[in-house]
Design a protein around this ligand. Structure first.
Ligand code: HAM
Length: 420
């Protein structure tokens, strides 16, 4: 017996009709970005492993446990991208896009790879739509980016997405806070693993959801209390602009996020209908990332929205996306000569923007009419030898069953008239 294959663990195939919902979600996420001047960018599926080690950070789970890394035949160390920001910033530096108009505003849509423990909403191969705005550290830009994310969810019909907001400070105030937090953590009962994590990045411990750890963290110092004057002024301005843009948020002083490049404004979009994986999107400012990967000083802010989890959120809220326009007209030909004529007619309809299909193969009238019904089309064009001889075709309304003969010369115009 021959062996069969299935999609690897933690991955899935996107099949119609759900695959089309994915396309519609990506489109809806990108639309507000396009309206705000963001331009499309696409970077390679893999990058040098060191880009993520230095950009995303070696203390993160993403880099230390979840990367799909490999050595090529030529000896290069490459990694399938676990996220989009590092690659986009690399491209901006490489092509000196920062030498032009600032901010550089880019958006992208792609699939990303993380070797995570698969569960609902957490996959090893998943989709994001992302936005990055680089070159200025204006708090109004932070507010724009955050608001565009909220607009995308609203346009998708979601009403229960919550925005969690925090500031992580900068190179001036974060080290001071880090010291404070390290001192606090030293007095807690933590297992060896957590201690190690605390040494690498004490902020990451704040994210620990295990009750025995979370309980001890109740009185942990929070970074907003340690912000320097510049960071505080920036954060205040971001919140003022968000208020002006009618965006509501929840202060989330423990929000640290899973990637190391964040500075100042950080945020997450959450939805409670997803079970354990409540983050449908997230992002923040990353003012040091460019320099971390060898580029010039280049502040930046962005987000990525998870397409897979957004679909789950839509299901949880019972939101249906209008189905993509399917086939409107379906052609059925009986005999070779009729087939030849029909292929031409369907081609003309398609050229005029009508969504049209026809029965292929020789399945007889019954089989072909069944295919017409299954196609979801409103009209069927039925063309037999006798019709052809008379210069007509039968135009059948598949809803009502009514049928009439239409001259072949008028067929395209008649079809267009009936479906518009
Ligand atoms: P992230 O929070 O790691 O941020 O991912 C953003 C979103 O991608 C998450 O909120 C989630 O919806 C989705 N996601 C992440 N991992 C998975 C997974 N294993 N399965 C399904 N969905 C997943 C970033 O990736 C940053 N690059 C965002 C950013 C852009 N920050 C600044 N600019």
């Amino acid at each position: 017996m021959s062996s069969t294959f299935s999609a690897p663990k933690g991955t899935f195939d996107l099949l119609p009709p759900e695959s089309e919902v994915y396309l519609a979600i990506r489109e809806a996420m990108a639309a507000p970005l396009r309206r705000a001047g963001y331009r499309y960018v696409e970077t390679p599926t893999f990058e040098q492993t060191a880009l993520f080690e230095r950009g995303v950070g070696e203390s993160t789970d993403v880099v230390s446990k979840e990367m799909y890394s490999f050595t090529t035949r030529g000896g290069d160390h490459l990694t399938l991208k676990p996220e989009g920001t590092a690659g986009v910033v690399r491209a901006v530096i490489q092509h000196r896009l920062y030498a032009g108009q600032l901010p550089v505003k880019l958006w992208y849509s792609g699939t990303y790879y993380r070797y995570e423990r698969p569960q609902a909403g957490r996959y090893r191969h998943f989709s994001q739509v992302g936005a990055e705005a680089m070159g200025v550290d204006d708090p109004a830009l932070d507010a724009e980016v955050v608001a565009l994310g909220m607009t995308a969810y609203r346009d998708l019909g979601l009403s229960e997405v919550r925005l969690l907001l925090n500031s992580l400070g900068d190179a001036v105030c974060r080290p001071v806070y880090r010291e404070k937090l390290t001192g606090f953590l030293a007095g807690l009962e933590l297992d060896a693993d957590t201690r190690r994590r605390a040494e690498l990045n004490p902020l990451r411990v704040l994210d620990d959801k295990r009750p025995e750890v979370a309980k001890q963290l109740a009185d942990a110092p929070v970074i907003v209390d340690s912000l320097c004057d510049d960071c505080r002024a920036h954060y205040d301005a971001v919140r003022r602009h968000l208020g002006d843009l009618d965006v509501t948020w929840e202060e989330s002083p423990r929000l640290v996020r899973g990637l190391d490049y964040y500075t100042r404004t950080t945020f997450e979009f959450q939805h409670d209908g997803l079970g354990a994986q409540s983050a449908v999107g997230g992002g923040g400012r990353y003012d040091g990332l460019s320099e971390d990967i060898g580029g010039p000083p280049l502040p930046g802010i962005g987000w990525a929205l998870g397409v897979d989890r957004t679909l789950l959120a839509m299901r949880a809220e019972g939101v249906e996306l209008a189905a993509a326009t399917g086939c409107e007209v379906f052609g059925v030909a009986l005999g070779e000569a009729a087939k030849q004529q029909l292929v031409k007619l369907i081609g003309e309809l398609r050229a005029r923007g009508v969504c049209a299909d026809l029965a292929y193969g020789d399945r007889g009238l019954k089989g072909a009419m069944k295919a017409a019904d299954r196609s979801g089309a409103r009209l069927a064009i039925v063309l037999g030898e006798r019709d052809l001889a008379a210069g007509t075709a039968q135009l059948k309304d598949l809803g009502s069953g009514e049928q009439d003969a239409v001259a072949l010369a008028d067929l395209v115009a008649t079809v267009e008239g009936r479906i518009r």
